[in-house]
Design a protein around this ligand. Structure first.
Ligand code: RP5
Length: 163
């Protein structure tokens, strides 16, 4: 029985946490065991390889990877593991995340990265998607996720506009 993290949230820099925290918050709310870590593709390439190569044996079932600029972290992780990688483009440069989005989404055929929207909405959706993936084989999580979504629906139904 694996009691370790099921989802790994990695990012190229501590500065990315402002965005990736949106994923962590949702994983926490859904009680999904997870870890968050800085792994830089170009500044700590050996750590990147080690993280990817040991991901499956450590019990990770999904990796959420966020980076800004020439965002090669998600693609390089995907190249070194069969654990599914969800990429989150981080707006970190003058190009406001468009650079990161194109870097992540344009993976050549054969090594997929599931690419989400730029910034916090993408980070949140990556966590929800990871939850949905895990819920295909976890009934208790499926139940928590259903309740979580129903609560979001109620929030919108309860919204009132100023008179
Ligand atoms: C990328 O460069 C990181 O993912 C981050 O988005 C960006 C800036 O990093 P720092 O200069 O803040 O460390 O590698």
């Amino acid at each position: 029985m694996n009691d370790g993290p099921l989802v790994g949230v990695v990012m190229g820099s501590k500065s990315d946490y402002e965005v990736l925290s949106a994923a962590v918050e949702i994983l926490r709310a859904l009680e999904i065991p997870h870890e968050a870590k800085v792994v830089s593709a170009h500044r700590t390439p050996d750590l990147l390889f080690h993280y990817a190569e040991t991901a499956r044996e450590r019990g990770l079932r999904v990796i959420i990877a966020g980076a800004g600029g020439a965002a090669h972290l998600p693609g390089m992780l995907a190249a070194k593991t069969l654990v599914p990688v969800l990429g989150v483009p981080v707006p970190a440069t003058a190009l406001n995340g468009l650079d990161s989005l194109l870097s992540i989404v344009q993976m050549p055929k054969g090594i997929p990265v599931g690419t989400l929207a730029i910034g916090k909405p993408g980070a949140a959706n990556a966590a929800i998607l990871a939850a949905e993936m895990l819920a295909t084989t976890d009934e208790a999580l499926y139940h928590r996720l259903s309740q979580w979504r129903a609560a979001r629906t109620q929030e919108v139904l309860g919204q009132e506009l100023p008179a």
